[in-house]
Ligand binder design. Structure first.
Ligand code: GLA
Length: 409
């Protein structure tokens, strides 16, 4: 009897130790079911850099609704760098009390009350790129704080990460977010240095593929120790990455510069190409002061539908002729988006003979055979039906602009 009791105690002790041990098994898998189409929203960085406060964020949420952007599908209001104050004596992070006197929870409540979602920013290193407290060593604590505040999206940057390896560092914040229990979209922002497209699919919902975008159509901005990239330069850097994108896991060529000063043709081409490559559509302009032209671009529902297509297949460059690139993107229901991108500054005449064109996309296992199938042609910028693929396409594409079509059976 005594022996049996000792045996039972031994088994129980073993079970307790074993189950406690299991408590420390980390779950490094992201929340599934989020970002099934490329995330749409706004982020403060491109226009406001460190100049963020709660008034700006509230007004931006108001403008997202009043401008029609919410109705067009934009959801996230993301505060980028520099919202942070200090950590308290227990290590908990607090917002800058001058800039965010009501605190982030109140802001989240306000944003949620408008039917929108809120995003925040941190960094895998000791400090953010803007020199604010990073999450290194505080990952689980910060994730708890974000969950308590009601955060829906976290952009997690890669400055000041001495000695860290990207995959491991991002897995730590994924495990922390999981433990905190609130489904939060994780935006991996390590600029493509360590090929996040290879390991990122189970870790985050989108990953930056490049360094920062610069507000120009075709230029490289040299900052001395680093460079930022124009729209065309970023587009070129997406080559070879399309097989890694899909529902819940997207290549992120950085946030939009639409409305920040490029001319309308360039803004239109920028937005069109981000739609074609299934990029997250995160506006980076001042939503409170938009021209009608900017609103028209950002809220073009037919272009957005190409980006948000449920198949989630990133488009690809089919051909290049005399500075004009032809891009295709397979869409649901055997439809296709086609974009002619004129990269030069001068208008170009284009001709495209659908009937003599076969497009085979091995990735999506879709093909377009203009000889056997006739498609109806719709111009998504002019919003006009333009005949069918029975006749040859003849058009002029203005300099640094696009002709963007949807082909439907
Ligand atoms: C990095 C990121 C940017 C922005 C800044 C903030 O450069 O790539 O998108 O978040 O940091 O400091």
């Amino acid at each position: 009897m005594k022996k049996t009791a000792i045996f039972l105690i031994a088994i129980c002790t073993h079970l307790v130790v074993f189950s406690q041990g299991n408590n420390y098994v980390q779950n490094y898998k992201k929340f599934e079911g989020l970002a099934l189409t490329p995330p749409m929203g706004w982020n403060s960085w491109n226009k406001f850099a460190c100049n963020v406060d709660e008034k700006l964020i509230r007004e931006t949420a108001d403008a997202m609704v009043s401008s029609g952007m919410k109705a067009a599908g934009y959801t996230y209001i993301n505060i980028d760098d520099c919202w942070h104050g200090d950590r308290d004596s227990l290590g908990f992070i607090h917002a800058d009390s001058k800039r965010f006197p009501s605190g982030i929870k109140a802001l989240a409540d306000y944003i949620h009350s408008k039917g929108l979602k809120i995003g925040i920013y941190s960094d895998a290193g000791s400090q953010t790129c803007g020199g604010r407290p990073g999450s290194r060593g505080y990952e689980f604590q910060d994730a708890q704080t974000y969950a308590k505040w009601g955060i829906d999206y976290l952009k997690y940057d890669w400055c000041n990460t001495e000695g860290l390896k990207a995959e491991g560092a991002y897995k730590t914040i994924t495990a922390a977010l999981r433990k905190a229990g609130r489904p939060i979209v994780l935006s991996i922002c390590e600029w493509g240095n360590d090929k996040p497209w290879i390991w990122g699919q189970s870790v985050g919902h989108l990953w930056r593929t490049t360094g920062d975008i610069y507000n120009c159509f075709d230029c490289i901005e040299d900052h001395g120790t680093w460079k930022s990239w124009g729209v065309m330069q970023i587009l070129d850097k997406q080559e070879g990455l399309r097989q890694y994108a899909g529902p819940g896991h997207w290549n992120d060529p950085d946030m939009l510069e639409v409305g920040n000063g490029m001319v309308i043709n360039q803004d239109r081409a920028h937005f069109a190409m981000w739609a074609m490559i299934a990029a997250p559509l995160i506006a980076g302009n001042d939503l409170r002061k938009m021209s009608k032209q900017t609103i028209d671009i950002l809220t073009n529902k037919e272009v957005i539908a190409i980006n948000q297509d449920k198949l989630g297949v990133q488009g690809f460059k089919f051909s290049t002729k005399d500075s004009v690139e032809t891009w295709f993107k397979p869409l649901e229901g055997d439809s296709w988006a086609v974009t002619f991108l004129n990269r030069s500054k001068t208008p170009k005449n284009i001709e495209f003979d659908w009937k003599n064109t076969t497009v085979d996309d091995a990735l999506s296992k879709r093909s377009l055979n203009g000889n056997t199938i006739t498609y109806k042609v719709r111009n998504v910028w002019t919003k006009k039906d333009e005949g069918s693929t029975k006749s040859k396409l003849k058009a002029i594409v203005p300099g640094q602009d696009v002709l963007m079509l949807v082909l439907k059976k």
